[in-house]
Design a protein around this ligand. Structure first.
Ligand SMILES: [Zn+2]
Length: 332
């Protein structure tokens, strides 16, 4: 298949995205409008230049800076509209969007009010065929108490559209075991359990998340390539990895895990995971901040040597492993 017929074929498939951060989806033009609303005039070009990072730490700094302009419910509504248009343009019909509720709480905001505004902003897009569900995310380095407050906020939003609880941030900060009670509570109130693990951390972080916290999907998990017995376990237990190749390249996570500074997208372990029988879903992570789209990520996967039937299977898995009841998966 030529690159252009491949991209046409990919664009024709209805897609689901399962690892996508709202705060990482703010296009430069929308960010300009947000900063202007809060008294900072910047050009789109300046914003674009900000969306560049030499390593993971720099990316986190920019992510924090961007979220500092999400101050009121209407700011959240504005970025959801932006994201929803972008997803529809990519033929995405279903997405689980991660919301950094840990950051909202840190800034003394009311997650319930922000969430209400998000839901209202998303409604017109639902009518256009885009279904959105939400993952409430805590920040690992803020500790278990702050994470428990995120679970509590998920409960007090009283919405079926909040389907999961997750943790992101610095994997090497707080030990996994300290979040046990938090994940137990999340399970008790009916939330699915997610985590970012094995992105910058080692395979041990993935194992601990499965054994101690009972997580059902792993965000990134690319460190598994360094642990064959973990790969066997992921395949046997059918625990999916949410793979975001463009993100891994731009944050330096790929180079870090492969211990090769010059790691290229072609070196990504996605084909090895897939051919080992590990469920994988393909996603963009922070599309605006990593200058990527879901179609770009499928093109990346093709560059890694995955064939059309394999890409088609990967696309199906995004629906299969979505947090939707079985009878709603096909119609999502
Ligand atoms: Zn992520």
């Amino acid at each position: 298949m030529t690159p252009s017929s491949l991209s046409q074929w990919i664009a024709s498939l209805p897609q689901a995205e399962l690892h996508l951060h709202l705060e990482g989806s703010i296009e430069p033009a929308t960010l300009c409008a947000l900063t202007m609303r809060h008294g900072l005039a910047m050009t789109e070009e300046e914003m674009r230049r900000r969306y560049a990072y030499r390593d993971f730490a720099e990316f986190i700094e920019v992510f924090k800076w961007v979220t500092s302009f999400l101050r009121e419910p209407q700011d959240y509504a504005c970025v959801v509209r932006d994201l929803a248009e972008h997803l529809l343009a990519q033929n995405v019909v279903y997405a689980e969007v991660t919301l950094s509720v840990g950051v909202m709480l840190l800034r003394n905001q009311q997650p319930e009010a922000n969430f209400e505004a998000l839901l209202r902003a998303a409604e017109p897009f639902e009518r256009r065929g885009l279904r959105l569900q939400w993952v409430f995310d805590a920040v690992r380095q803020f500790g278990p108490q702050a994470a428990m407050a995120v679970v509590k906020a998920a409960g007090s939003c009283h919405s079926k559209a909040v389907v999961a609880f997750g943790i992101g941030g610095d994997e090497l900060s707080v030990p996994t075991a300290e979040f046990r009670a938090v994940y137990e509570r999340a399970g008790e109130i009916g939330l699915h359990r997610l985590i970012h693990a094995g992105e910058m951390g080692g395979p041990d972080k993935i194992r601990e998340a499965i054994d101690l916290l009972g997580v059902q999907r792993i965000g990134h998990g690319i460190a598994a390539i360094n642990d064959p017995s973990l790969m066997d376990m992921l395949a046997e237990r059918k625990i999916p990895l949410e793979i975001c190749p463009g993100s891994n390249l731009r944050t330096g996570a790929l180079a870090h895990q492969l211990a090769r500074k010059d790691a290229r997208i072609e070196d990504h372990p996605l084909p090895a995971f897939f051919r080992h029988g590990i469920p994988v879903v393909l996603s963009t992570d922070d599309p605006a901040m990593f200058h990527t789209t879901l179609q770009d990520e499928y093109a990346h996967a093709a560059q890694m040597g995955l064939q059309e039937d394999e890409l088609s299977r990967i696309s199906e898995m995004s629906f299969e492993y979505a947090f939707l009841p079985d009878d709603e998966k096909r119609t999502a």
